[in-house]
Design a protein around this ligand. Sequence first.
Ligand code: PLP
Length: 406
Amino acid sequence: VFTTSTVAAAPEDPLFGLMKAYREDPSDKKVDLGIGAYRDNNAKPWVLPVVKKADDAIHNDPTVNHEYLSIGGLPDLTAAAQKLIVGADSPAIKEKRICTLQTISGTGAVHLGGLFLAKFHPQKPTIYLSNPTWANHHQIFSNVGLNIATYPYFSTKTKGLDFDGMMQSIKNAPNGSVILLHACAHNPTGVDPTQDQWREIAAAMRERSHFPFFDTAYQGFASGDLNKDAWSIRYFIEQGFELCVAQSFAKNFGLYGERTGAFHFVSAPGADASTANAHVASQLAILQRSEISNPPAYGARIASRILNDPVLFKEWEDDLRTMSGRILEMRAGLRERLEKKGTPGNWDHITSQIGMFSFTGLSEAQVKTLRSKWHVYMTKNGRISMAGLNTNNIDYFAEAVDSVVR
Ligand code: PLP
């Protein structure tokens, strides 16, 4: 018998709890370094100028209506999303062995991929997540019934990649495991493998017949270069892997609340690849239908207009450089300030880490003091969203860090 008295209270989501605490703090000094959303130099959300343009065009387009999209989403978006991530001249596209469904942003794409593997992978595989990873990965994959294991990723000593630990885990994982990889700008550490390390990772995974599950939420946002940020995925495809990709357009288009993203499944090359891929696509469509019926149209229309119009696409690249450039400036500025103050410790990692986040190495106790004494909000693992820093608060933040580290 089901009774609600058996349902225990769930803990508050740590990140959304942090946002709430920040909102309720009356201090005029408060600094929000928690949420992974871009902020401009005035700490305000930024509507990308190119997004505003596409949005206006949609409003003025008499042919736009509010009908359902198809199960797989807006075809113009999914085709463009494919080209964007795997490259227009990818063998996967030429050989018709990639299928794509529009999803509820990156989260929905990760979920759809997890659900598909849980249902169709013959061995009920274990999925290996980096330690640490985006916290939602644990929830999403356990919700669909996959076994979860972790591989070492972050070295607290170097504040860089624990490459040896990661490789050991990949080599020791049972054949045919699923390995979740952040394509670029790893969340929460900001630490990525080098291209040579990616090559070694791919070779070790090939050796064990592991299945790569790429999560890409920061393409173009990390380096400012869309191709560079997609390199790892393209390399694995070149190497002939069967793999999947969860792609988010939240950060790189600033379309957070519009829930725009895509899931791609690439079948391994071979004579039957396109047939096999069509089978996968047909099963994904059934899963999608039962989960969300069909994806939301609004953000998809915006992203699609930009991706399919060469002029808008160029403007988007400018906007990406604006965001990634401001973040790089903040990284350099923070490191410079800490070094100038002689803040104990080495701060190289602030500029060597990439993307939205930096794993500062601050302890949980230091994070607590930053919040209680300085009104600075960040996750308790010491991760800061670089986009929360700006020319108005960077001195204050450096002073706060210096004081809690001493
Ligand atoms: N994957 C990673 C690694 C992320 O950092 C995020 C967002 O923070 C997502 C996926 C999904 O985000 P969204 O569902 O908003 O696209």
